[in-house]
Design a protein around this ligand. Structure first.
Ligand SMILES: [Zn+2]
Length: 321
């Protein structure tokens, strides 16, 4: 039976899964990425890590937190600076004698995972927003991932919601990421909290956790804290606007929400749905669903494995040059 490896190379950790042709996971493990030590050192450690689990494996898919060119080389990787320009696919192909090697942006891979195995199962037209440290996007339209002219399509996180809006880590202003990253939402909650006096459920959860985070806001909202609920509703409003833009442009049947901020759950989605209905075109909005990702933190690794499986029928192939 065909067996493949899916590897999700993140800024801190690298996750590895081995998948059979039915999509079942036979093995899962992880190693530290140690991006500061450079990509050559990473390739050597990854090869050592996967060698004992390679029996019967014929392909590997890689998901990387980077913009990926069509030839598989990495262009922009804010959390893996030393990997920029490196031919990760080629170097691994030389070290591991698999039939196929494929590399993809991590959110694109996570979306592919959700389309085949998760919340968007069976969809021909899907989009993903991954709300975490940054905001990543993925598009799967007309049955395939949308990669664009130079491989950087679907950067939904850096589309503009308000040209005069708050600064975005990319250097511009008012982008989706400036409203919906974990830091942006946490900052909003901290600013609101500073304006009120006296204890609240939000200040209680903040004190226990030590730092503001979507998890703290979610816990306080769950307790009915008015300020936390307000922050969730406002975040849902911005998410809804981001989704309106995606829906008007791509007419997906499902938009999948992933990343740590998705932990705000259904209250966030409900607020986004209300904005979608208020500000979106009725036809395409009625035809789409906004849902939470199902594959969790393993989504990108599983999607990378799906990419490797696809390499045998050409569906998602980026063959070794
Ligand atoms: Zn930006």
């Amino acid at each position: 039976m065909t067996r493949v490896l899916g590897v999700d190379v993140g800024g801190t950790n690298t996750k590895v899964v081995r998948m059979d042709a039915t999509g079942a996971i036979e093995h899962r493990s992880s190693l530290k990425t140690k991006g500061d030590e450079g990509p050559e050192s990473f390739v050597a450690r990854l090869v050592d890590h996967v060698s004992p689990i390679c029996a019967g494996v014929t392909a590997m898919g890689l998901a990387v937190a980077a913009l990926v060119r069509h030839d598989g080389s990495l262009q922009q990787a804010p959390n893996l600076k030393k990997f920029e320009g490196f031919d990760l696919q080629g170097e691994l192909a030389r070290a591991l004698a698999f039939e196929h090697m494929a590399v993809e942006n991590d959110v694109n891979a996570a979306l592919l995972g959700e389309v085949r195995l998760g919340a968007a199962r069976g969809a021909g037209h899907a989009a993903m927003l991954s709300l975490g440290t940054g905001v990543g996007g993925g598009l799967f339209i007309d049955g395939r991932l949308v990669r664009g002219h130079s491989g950087t399509a679907a950067e939904i996180g850096h589309t503009i919601l308000d040209p005069e809006g708050p600064p975005c880590p990319c250097g511009d202003r008012g982008h989706v990421e400036a409203y919906l990253s974990a830091q942006a939402i946490s900052r909003r909650a901290s600013e609101r909290l500073a304006q009120v006096t006296g204890p609240s459920r939000l200040s209680h959860h903040l004190e226990q956790a030590g730092a503001m985070s979507p998890r703290v806001i979610s816990a306080a909202a769950h307790d009915g804290d008015a300020l936390a609920l307000e922050v969730v509703a406002e975040s849902g409003y911005w998410l809804g606007l981001a989704c309106v833009n995606v829906v008007h442009m791509f007419n997906p049947e499902v938009v999948v929400l992933g990343g740590g901020v998705a932990g705000l759950g259904e209250p966030l989605l409900d607020a986004a749905r209300a904005t979608l209905h208020e500000r979106g075109m009725p036809g395409p909005v009625a035809a789409m669903r906004l849902v939470l990702a199902e594959l969790g933190s393993e989504g990108a690794a599983k999607g990378a494995a799906v990419l490797a499986l696809d390499s045998f029928n050409g569906a998602g192939i980026r063959p070794i040059a």
